[in-house]
Design a protein around this ligand. Structure first.
Ligand SMILES: [Zn+2]
Length: 281
């Protein structure tokens, strides 16, 4: 497990572990793809690693290894299940079961909740109880891009840690191993806009790059205008277009974002894309 960036956050946690000032609940806030989930696992390793504090996480002790493999008995992650839209109360109950008991490997019980904004009221109440009276040696980490959709009572119990986007150089260094041509590499960095997750997704799929590499010029020529996009796909497409417009004709960026907002507000997708195309050419 390799993580880049987020040095400030690492320092905060190392200091807290050293001073034994670890809180029982944290909320990691930041856009998706910036590495919050990996960072939460890194914290689980730092808490449970058998090395001296300043060497944590060592990455090679049994604890670190088990966490990386996803089979550490004291570390558990829950997310929205594939066929569901919400995190269920059963998942939360299952997650907090056993927290009152001692840890199996003699370290910290760590529970990570991905996309915590999808916890519904009933499940949130169940979670709140454990946040209010956290058992010893327990750390619960909620991960979300939008904390305000969570109940205030939960937010107020957590220490919030913000995650910014990664720099272009950091992103570049991570995807160089995919052996992309220079123009492809530049393109991927530009569309990723600080999200490593997104950059990797693009770097792994050359077909996507070929299709969209010249998205700005292709769009002006009429390509993509008649694509049968769902609304969220159209928004995603305009984000992509915006990342290129920002590089080549920044004065037109406002127009792209304006049209993207129209589409978000329910305008006809094909028509809006055509109006945009005419405005860009
Ligand atoms: Zn270790």
């Amino acid at each position: 497990m390799e993580l880049i960036g987020h040095n400030k956050q690492t320092e905060i946690f190392l200091k807290a572990i050293k001073n034994e000032h670890i809180h029982s609940s944290y909320m990691f806030v930041g856009q998706s793809g910036v590495g919050k989930r990996l960072f939460a696992l890194k914290i689980a390793q730092m808490l449970n690693c058998s090395e001296e504090i300043y060497k944590r996480p060592c990455g090679i002790c049994p604890s670190c290894k088990k966490i990386e493999m996803g089979n550490h008995p004291d570390v558990m992650t829950i997310s929205v299940l594939e066929d569901k839209s919400w995190i269920s109360i059963e998942q939360v109950k299952d997650m907090i079961k056993g927290l009152q008991m001692n840890t199996i490997m003699n370290g910290y019980n760590v529970r990570i909740i991905n996309d915590a904004q999808f916890i519904k009221e009933e499940a949130a109440n169940s979670l709140l109880k454990i946040l209010e009276e956290p058992p010893k040696n327990t750390v619960i980490i909620l991960i979300t891009p939008s904390p305000h959709s969570l109940p205030r009572t939960i937010i107020s119990r957590c220490v919030t840690v913000y995650f910014g986007v990664l720099s272009d150089t950091e992103i570049k260094s991570k995807i160089e191993k995919y052996g992309l041509e220079k123009d492809e590499l530049d393109f991927v960095v530009s569309v990723a806009m600080g999200s490593l997750g997104k950059a990797i997704q693009w770097a792994e799929d050359k077909k996507l790059i070929d299709e969209y590499k010249n998205v700005f010029t292709d769009f002006k020529k009429g390509k993509f205008v008649n694509s049968k996009y769902e609304r969220n796909e159209a928004v995603e497409f305009l984000n992509l277009l915006a990342s290129q417009v920002r590089c080549y004709e920044p004065e037109k960026l406002g127009m792209v974002l304006k049209m993207r907002n129209y589409i978000m507000r329910n305008t006809n997708i094909g028509l809006t894309l055509e109006v945009l195309r005419q405005n860009l050419t």
